[in-house]
Design a protein around this ligand. Sequence first.
Ligand code: NAP
Length: 247
Amino acid sequence: MAENRVIVVTGASRGIGRAIATALSEPGCRVVVNYHSSPEAAEETAAAIEARGGIPHLNRFNVADAEAVREAFKGIVSAHTRIDVLVNNAGITRDNLLALMKPSEWDAVLDTNLKGAFLCSQAVVKPMMRQRYGRIVNVTSVVGFIGNAGQCNYSAAKAGLIGFTRAMARELISRNITVNAVAPGYIETDMTVHMPEKARESLLTQIPAGRSGTPEEVASAVRFLSSNEAAYITGQVIHVNGGMFMG
Ligand code: NAP
């Protein structure tokens, strides 16, 4: 990887985002750690980046807030002059059965998981086109492919992210900007920790690997897609799911 790269990871205070921000850290590179409500956790991510020789920059903003995103990226570009990698990782769930789902639950998930990726991608496109280099990686989910009862909102957002990835890939490859997605299966993080034991056991039976994945295993795929070795790969989805779904 080139030295001094400028990397932005959304939702990097915890879980998969923290593992990605850490895995992408190289000596001398600058890593913008976006978070929304967990400053102490974001500090822990910063420490992990520093331990690998990277230079962390904490940046609190809500990815679903168009004005906040615009301001944040304006600040990032003026401080660092470039952005080499954007990882759209920030995500939430608001699970409910369709019959009971409130419009606010639908909106919250679509706004953060899909519109947030749109807003952040739009904010990096101009600087990336100017520098004729860029790597955008979107964190989608296996449920964007196979669906999940109780997650109509989340499944729709994650499936939408795949179409968004492919359309962007076609628009941007002529400027040497690749756009890809990583689709994790069942990964143990705060997002999945409250799953009832019965549901967890039943889920594990659907995973040929017989275990959940780790945030670090997702981060490895993101690291590859954001490297120079992946220059000819665009519009693709790498599944990191222990065989749960083979696309
Ligand atoms: P997590 O542990 O709950 O972490 C979510 C992260 O997103 C946190 O850093 C959180 O920041 C951030 N975030 C949430 N809303 C935000 C907003 N509006 N603006 C900025 N940041 C925001 O979840 P995770 O499991 O690591 O999930 C990371 C990504 O992987 C998500 O896109 C998720 O959908 C996807 N994924 C997860 C799994 C899984 O099994 N865990 C499977 C497939 C896909 P704060 O804490 O600071 O608010």
